[in-house]
Ligand binder design. Structure first.
Ligand code: SF4
Length: 341
């Protein structure tokens, strides 16, 4: 099966005990059924501890509840007791996969490294070179993919190319992404998905395009993010500070890499529900929001916090995609206005 990954994927190495923001804190550790069964069989004191800690919710899903905000198996050196004593294979799928986001499209797979992870974030923002993607074949058999993939892939490729075109200012590239996504969304809604490859090929960005009115999406967006579920207690304060912070110019090349990261991760997921436009809005919104947060805490931390609070909370992500459709202040038109301002 073909696997597509960011060009820095092979350089990733977990910081383990040296990690300043370990993923074994704050997030409850989900335990898959196979791993839970293994824990039920484990002998000795560690087996006893595993069974004592393991909890099942009303739907029968297993987890390790946090102890003082930490995984109960995270030791004083910030190392995993299960990994240390039983080996990596004994950890849950969630632990083994993190920080990888794995999207299985049947005929191919795409993997990203979550920007919530300091090591992955450092690779993403460690160079100003354009972000590219590598392909590798694995021995796993392919399955049949959704027929929409053949229509969406050329469109996503065109969007990635547009975002990487440094002859155009980044805000205009984001604007063009939204304008193309808006046309493509219309085609999807009119069941003209087969037109998408041609649209991707012939679409021309307008030479001039100006939305009327003042751009206020970022402050609205920051306030909206403050209404969502919170992971870290100081997130609302960070959002509040960002609202009034004087913008600090950020490297356009790094913001572009952030845009490409989000575009690669989300645009193709349109295959699941036909909603391309909200995901394109997410790309633009994420860049603008992270840029504004960076005025308070610096770009790497801004991206990490946004990823932790939004990318790793399915309900928050859903709420944001919903707001892009139904909240005027976060609509595509409002974002276009922001990008023209
Ligand atoms: S956040 Fe990343 S670097 Fe830190 S412990 Fe988790 S996987 Fe390793």
């Amino acid at each position: 099966m073909l696997n597509r990954v960011p060009d820095y994927y092979e350089s990733f190495c977990c910081l383990a005990g040296e990690c300043p923001h370990t993923c074994c804190e704050k997030w409850e550790v989900v335990i898959d059924e196979e791993t839970a069964c293994r824990y039920f069989e484990e002998s000795g004191p560690l087996g006893d501890k595993l069974r004592a800690v393991l909890q099942a919710d009303e739907e029968g899903a297993f987890c390790f509840p946090l102890d003082g905000g930490r995984c109960p198996f995270l030791d004083e050196e910030n190392l995993c007791e299960i990994h240390r004593k039983l080996g990596e294979d004994a950890t849950s799928v969630t632990c083994r996969e993190h920080p990888r986001f794995i999207e299985d499209y049947g005929s191919f797979r795409e993997v990203t490294l979550s920007a919530s992870c300091p090591a992955a974030g450092a690779l993403l923002l460690g160079t100003e070179a354009p972000l590219t993607f590598a392909e590798m074949e694995t021995a796993e058999p392919e399955e049949e993919g959704d027929e929409w993939l053949a229509y969406l892939l050329p469109l996503r490729d065109r969007m990635l190319d547009m975002l990487a075109d440094r002859s155009v200012p980044l805000r205009r590239r984001l604007r063009d992404l939204l304008l193309l996504a808006r046309e493509a969304q219309l085609a999807l809604e009119e069941e003209r998905e087969a037109d998408l490859p041609a649209l991707a090929e012939i679409w021309q960005a307008p030479r001039t395009w100006q939305a009327a009115g003042e751009g206020l999406t970022v402050p609205h967006g920051l306030r909206f993010l403050g209404t969502l579920e919170i992971l870290d207690g100081d997130w609302p304060e960070l959002l509040r500070q960002a609202e009034t912070a004087v913008p600090v110019p950020q490297s356009e090349a790094l913001l572009e890499r952030i845009a490409v990261y989000f575009a690669f991760r989300y645009l193709l997921k349109t295959v699941n529900d036909g909603d391309l436009l909200s995901r394109a809005q997410l790309v633009a919104f994420a860049v603008l929001t992270v840029e504004r947060l960076a005025a308070v805490c610096g770009l790497p931390e801004a991206l990490r916090r946004f990823s932790c609070e939004i990318e790793h909370n399915g309900e928050n992500l859903e709420a944001l995609l919903w707001a892009f459709q139904w909240e005027e202040a976060l609509s595509c038109t409002a974002l276009l206005r922001e990008l023209s301002w």
